[in-house]
Design a protein around this ligand. Sequence first.
Ligand SMILES: Cc1cc2nc3c(=O)[nH]c(=O)nc-3n(C[C@H](O)[C@H](O)[C@H](O)COP(=O)(O)O)c2cc1C
Length: 339
Amino acid sequence: MKASVSTPNAGTPILLMAPFRGITQKSWRNAYARHFGGFNRMFAPFVTGVGTETVSFKKLTDLVPKNAMVSPTVPQIIGTNPKEIIAFAKAIAEHGYTELNWNLGCPFARIANKKRGCGILPHPEMLEDILSKTVHEIPIRLSIKTRLGYHHPDEILKVLPVFDKFPLHELILHPRTGKMVYRGKADVKAFAKCQKHSLHPLIYNGDIYSLTKFENISQQLPEQNTWMVGRGALINPFLPLQIRGISLTDEEKRTRLEAFHFELWHHTCETQKHESRILGSMKAIWYYMAGVFANGQKTFTKIKRAKTNTAYFEAVEAAFQNDFANDDALETFFLQLTK
Ligand SMILES: Cc1cc2nc3c(=O)[nH]c(=O)nc-3n(C[C@H](O)[C@H](O)[C@H](O)COP(=O)(O)O)c2cc1C
């Protein structure tokens, strides 16, 4: 067990953007960093099936060239083959990356049932074997993003001593089990318990959806200073700035949101041919971002119904006229998502 730190939430918070496969690819991350900012680093969604030899360029498109990333970026891999993890680490190292994140949190059955993502957590001996074959063979630092367990929240207590044996760069913990997927509540108390059982400092991730909620979780975790924000930033892109004490007028917010949306729209039109595909990609963003407005659910319903670009723009222009959500409305919207 490590000695406890006495200063509550000391210093400026370090804020990390969580990865979201299908949403936070390079175009989203760059547009976000240009129009909102506030994150110290952004984690790229996981890459899978990279093979054990030469990693094909297709697997690296979200990550190269590194100097095209507006924000410092951390690549992520999912899988359990040490050779594959080493091959990917070497490939991204050649492109200038200094950290690889290993996904031990993905809860989806098709992944977890193959003992990948959080599916490996009930098997700490397997985890130890993979880490012992990997950590010292890769040319860059290894970090891990994980959960409390796959089936049970106490699986982590057998996993933390395994992590303790290795020089991990970062350990991000989302205090839900895999079976909960993204529903229910993140268990802040369970995270606090893990802090006491880990030699590695933990990074907190889960349910930071408003400034009020951030302050509430900070009070419960007085030693914590590094936070990963997920859906909270997809819903309200101003959240990291708010956490940093920067508040914008509604007019400034609207201008930035419109510019962000415009950039994503253009990028999507350049990369997708069919109207239905373009609208599908944009709706995936609005599924969360509609919640930045006071009447988030209604706003999303109108955008979701749009079947043509014209109908889509009518719905989006109407959305931009809405009032912004306060912290109560953000909570209502988030709880609706996690029901
Ligand atoms: C649609 C979707 C895609 C996700 N993709 C990834 C991913 O590629 N890698 C990862 O580590 N986590 C992924 N996550 C999990 C998030 O990064 C984050 O850990 C989770 O949403 C909990 O944080 P939050 O409560 O702040 O949203 C995904 C979650 C969702 C809902």
